[in-house]
Design a binder for this molecule. Sequence first.
Ligand code: SAH
Length: 410
Amino acid sequence: MSTPSQQVDLISSKQADSVKKQNLLDFDREAFVAYFTEMGEKPFRATQIMKWIYQFGVTDFGQMNNLSKALREQLDESAEVKNLEIASDKLSTDGTRKWLLRLPDGNLIESVFIPEDDRGTLCISSQVGCALDCSFCATGRQGFNRNLTTGEIISQIWLASKLLDEGQTQHSTKTSGKSKSSGKNISGASHTENPLSKKVTNVVMMGMGEPLLNFDNVVRAVRLMMDDFAYGLSKRRVTVSTAGVVPAMDRLSTILDMRLAVSLHATNDELRNELVPLNKKYPIKELFAACRRFVDQQNARYRITFEYVMLDGVNDQPEHARELIKLLKGLPTLINLIPFNPFAGSGYGTSSGNAVRRFSDILNQAGITTVVRKTRGEDIDAACGQLAGKIQDKSRRERRFVEPRFGMKE
Ligand code: SAH
């Protein structure tokens, strides 16, 4: 059964057939089944084509030899598997790899692959820019343009998997923007010097954007990540990170089972209003009530991760750690302390190693599992909050959820 929104998608795609081909990356399994049923094909075509696209990395219908010739021709006429264009491909000295990806409308977004011994985590973007305007985040400074489509979200995984699998890279013809890089631009050379994982085993939606403000497209993309005929990632290997869009957290908990990360960053409303202006709409008390409902709904199968960026002298004092312990009481959680990654004009400093240790010790002693996130890919501007891409800002028109921050020029 297709949902009403998928039916609308199908109708609109049909109307546009003569002009524009349907990008099959926009479909989750349900949408594929609806699409093939509409064409008079059997529903199992859905899983056949998903395997070709996601497991064999094939985008040319001509090669899909278990589909009839007639169907292949029909697909050729009306559909395509359209991936994003790679604008640049950079490798950090620590093995982190960052892709700058060009969207059809010219905007540029970023994804980052973080290899470790036992896993490879791909950090992907959900929006072009971000409307939330968190005061310490470089992405937020760029403003907001639009939501990514399901296809644009899933294409980030398709491209990363393909490039990592082949151990080959695309030419980095345009590496617009950053120049301080001591990491390499990859051009054609295979990088065998990297001994770490070369497979995407985990996906985190912690790149540009607020995933829960692009709800339907993110849900469809997450379904593909977890579908056995696409990437087949287990639920604990897919994380959606949110700054705390409360109604969307509730909705999400009833329709998807994956890991949730919440960007907390402050333990009282006064400070959180300043750091994460979305807090004015959904204050801490409401956010934590939503976290508790989320855990109840998911039967506490996974702990919620709280992300907490350590800002020197702002939120990194022992009293903040103690406030945090009170907030977390009774919730199955994991705290991720993120060293602040500075950028020009941010106005914040990175907490000292001592401050971070003191903070994490207080939490650990209270029985709260606390991990200090390693900063990776700094030399290629791939660390948390450094993803900026290159976007045409439309936030004046589209910023709906947040009041402008006091003193910030809009
Ligand atoms: N909007 C979502 C997804 C973005 S996740 C969310 O807020 O969760 C990106 C993570 O990196 C968030 O936890 C964000 O707060 C954090 N971050 C942003 N800027 C940062 C910076 N300069 N240094 C370290 N972490 C940062």
